[in-house]
Design a protein around this ligand. Sequence first.
Ligand code: SF4
Length: 332
Amino acid sequence: MDFRAVLRKIKEDERYKKAKSVAVQLPEGMKRGIADITSEFVGKELIFVGDPFWGACDIPQSGNWDLLIQFGHSPIPNLGSFSNVIFEEIQESLDFDIEPEKIPFKTLVLTSNVTYSNQLPIIKNKLEERGIRVVLKKGDNRVFYPGQILGCNISTARGIEDSVLFVGEGMFHPLGIALGLPEKKVLAFNPKTGEYTDMEETKRKFLGQRYGAIDLASRAKKFGIIVSTKIGQTRYSLARVAFKLLQEAGKSPFIITLDLVREEELMNFPAEVYVNTSCPRVTVEDYGSFSRPVISFYELQMALGLKDKSRYIFDEIVMTDEIGSSSFRKWD
Ligand code: SF4
């Protein structure tokens, strides 16, 4: 990816031309490279957003600038439009080409994270040339590109096909697919290393951890319910339902609102278990960083005996609260 070319393209955007002050939001891995930005965006007041972020669900709602440029993520359509935000996805090419003979499926749904969604039509053609039937389609209104998966939304992977191929790095996205669609076979292809991973084993290990947390929650009394203040993660309505269910079960719940969900912010609250209504990454990837169990809303229902434990339900975000978007949004 030619980052300088990306920056030059942004400079042609009318919103950039009009802005006097420009805020830049970068994924952690790109923060060291700000020299390219400072040397290209000359003549603007530049403000780098220091807080970490993991998705377009996180658009800072306070700050004093004319334009925000968010790198690394595509917009989330159902959050509405943000005229003063440029979403610059930073899409990559494949370091390793897909090898059709390593795909053990006759029919599959093709998915990726945003980084490789530009490569999916090429991969589709290559697989189809070898006789594999490939479905490449768009999911619900939380995702932008055909084939794109979010860690909180796997709608793209749904369908009658019994197999899913995920293209991208890391296990967070394909694990979400494997958990959310347990009847399907899920294979993850990492285009940086050329590795293929059958997600069955990872899924089994993860479920062992989740059922352990559900078991602990079923015996706990005090519950902290986490609500994110990030515009695309806010689910007060879900938190209120959790609160009511816990009260009806004779437990002691309380609601905590947070921007960044970390152990440091939670450790002084008197909860035995946390119910997470923010990004599923907190429950899935960050679980080990908390001193007390963190469970999802659906896991809470299992812990309270309100849902059958035999079919695990993955916590997807389809819609966030209106209260989250209308009360915080500044730009339309
Ligand atoms: S809520 Fe989490 S998984 Fe969903 S877009 Fe935001 S950071 Fe990504």
